[in-house]
Design a protein. Structure first.
Length: 113
């Protein structure tokens, strides 16, 4: 297990956002699903801050990130960010290690770990 993977996993279990470096940009994200897709570590995140080559809509956007391309993961303070109006099942991760759902009060909770 890589350091990036373990730090993201720790943040998810603690219900905390992370700052990370991915493809040339520092990003602020809340990781919702962590595991593998076709045997490669991936994470489904909700990016709410930082940079992106494709831009970031106001409020944030769902992003699927390859963990092997992530570095400088820092657990940060702040509220949990998510989006409840998604209409499709996630396809980022096919073998789930950790999954965080959001309660009615907006707080994260571990569905699977």
């Amino acid at each position: 297990m890589t350091t990036a993977y373990q730090r993201i996993r720790d943040a998810m279990i603690a219900g905390k956002p992370v700052s990370l470096y991915y493809k040339g940009h520092t990003r602020e994200v809340c990781a919702h699903v962590l595991g593998t897709k076709n045997g490669l570590p991936q994470v489904l995140t909700y990016q709410y801050g930082g940079g992106s080559s494709s831009g970031l809509p106001k409020g944030g956007e769902w992003r699927c990130l390859m963990v092997g391309n992530i570095s400088d993961v820092q657990i940060i303070e702040g509220g949990w960010h998510s989006d409840s109006n998604h209409t499709q099942a996630q396809t980022c991760v096919d073998q789930v290690d950790v999954e965080v759902w959001v309660a009615a009060d907006g707080k994260p909770y571990i569905k699977r770990a």
